[in-house]
Ligand binder design. Sequence first.
Ligand code: PGA
Length: 252
Amino acid sequence: MTARTPLIAGNWKMNGSTESSQQLISSLCSGVSNDGDRNMLLCPPYPYLHIAAEALKNKAIMLGAQNIAMEPDSGAFTGEVSGLMLKNCGCQYVIVGHSERRALYGETDEVVSSKFIVAQAQGLQPILCVGETLEEREAGQTQNVVRRQIQKVIDSAGSTAFSSAVVAYEPVWAIGTGLTATPDQAQETHSFIRSLISEQDATIASLMQIIYGGSMKSENAKELLSMEDVDGGLVGGASLNAEEFLAIFQAA
Ligand code: PGA
């Protein structure tokens, strides 16, 4: 047994409307009790953060964002949203380095580590996403890719920064594809990630939450979440359905 509390995070991506967001949040609120055994986090699109923050007041569900500007201060950065703004909106977490941002918006390890640092400077917990493509897995490169992605953050932010961060292992080939890593595949990489941090600081490594993402759903959640180093989930598609997401939460 570890002291790590499971975290089930919903990454809504670019989905929903004002109305559907309100409905989803209200269904989730009625299904979640504050027993402290596990935590739920919602990451809606920016325009719904305020609505979500209002609806989650005094509720046992936390709020996070899907992205953050890499610039630390306000200024002429059209279209960007700063860490301070996210904090003002009631966010406690922010996803950085999601594979969609890396692949579609050209975010490099460098950019991702800047975002990680800027998030922490505002008191937001970064959820650092790492993971390999199918090509990389087939070439036996999974550990090298994950090591490179994490090492960049260790080099820039220092390993102690992982005492207030979450790592999400999201094999790119499993995201939105219906393909899920087997519990053993997930465990293997999660334990590798923990060992990378452990080389620097064993205590931080043992307390750090490492969550899994990639087609997690109610039918596979229990098995994945029962693995020793799988401390929760970053759930995309299945987080848009209250019943499904609550079932994953219950499985944790
Ligand atoms: P998915 O997405 O659950 O739809 O595969 C997970 C993610 O991208 O965070």
